[in-house]
Ligand binder design. Sequence first.
Ligand code: GLV
Ligand code: MN
Ligand code: MN
Length: 423
Amino acid sequence: MSGLDIDRLGRRAEAMLEELAAISEEPDRLTRRYLTPEHKRAAHLVAQWMAEAGMTTAEDALGTIRGHYPMAGETPGANAVPRLLIGSHIDTVINAGKYDGMLGVVCGILAVEHFRDAERRMPFAVDVLAFGDEEGVRFPTVLSSSAALAGTFDPAWLDGKDRDGVTLDAAMRDYGLDPAAIPAAAMSRDEALAYVEIHIEQGPVLEHGDKPLGVVTSIAGQFRTRVTVSGMAGHAGTVPMPLRQDALLAAAEMTLAAEQIAKAHPEAAMVATVGQISVKPGAINVIPDRVEFVLDLRAASDAPRHAALQSFTARAEALAAARGCSVAFETYHDCPTAGCAPWLQDGLGRSIENLGLAAPRLVSGAGHDGQAMAGLTDFAMMFVRCNGGISHNPLEFSTVADMGAAVAALIRFIEDFTPPARS
Ligand code: GLV
Ligand code: MN
Ligand code: MN
């Protein structure tokens, strides 16, 4: 139907994902956090693949690997080259699956390889981007590498520390990067024609509808708020229950309050998660006096999300006070709902339909680099069906056929891509 060998494209994608998944911080599971030696090894592998696919490659100040497939008639080193940006991320969560992020990078490389094999250049360059900080599981930053490219990197992020007390600034230097070069990582708005990302859906909608591919309409907005609860340490055997100021019990009630608040707003697809918590002093026989957790709060629109955070902080203050504790909040990530550009949604939809497939529209509850790239240029996303909607889990899985269809649709999208006229 498409004239493209979808099975071969899918098998190539699968083999590349396998190779990337072997690069892990841990022997028996996939964990590859930002700026670790394993991130560097994965980045080098991706750069090698990009070069083999006919791209020139560069690493920017955040460690993003940028492959560049020149436009027709481009002179090497030319400035202000209009480019279509295609990307995703190569960092992972702890105990990750092998598709989240990596699939988008691999699809971009395979699409460019197709054009190189066909000796075909477009009237615009194609840049494939492999970002490093999408998951935000190491530092208190999220999307910092795409934000730098979009020119919205906040220098205060450099002081954020990982769980070992290493600052982002120090980790960058250790990796071989220069924080002073961050402003130069920003791409000019004149050059960026659009940003397009392919990603596994990470939810069950496509599978439920028996559709391999879909087009994203928007990405849910998100808060990440660090909550610090302070109480009073004491002897686990001697302090009577009514006299305790147990910070963990107060924090436990706060996590349940977050659940109740999110459940009260299904119309906004609101979700609240506490996936990280630290209890101090952390001894079996000591009443906890300091608990820190991060609330991850998301919704499909921004007003209910803001109202929910306000209601959470009020509830948490009351719950802390009732136990003689205090509580403090620090929201370090507030990403608004990001809408995908209709003209790009239409282009992706057509490219999917050209393969003889339906192109359903759906919202993304997961965060993506497109949220940061929206500060630079129009963006859109194509989702690929994944088994059981499972993600952030080693059981993550997409079929060769679905991945091949995604690469084929991307190739068709690039062939038909016509940027809007600019004034
Ligand atoms: C990234 O996957 C996120 O949505 O947290
Ligand atoms: Mn992702
Ligand atoms: Mn993820």
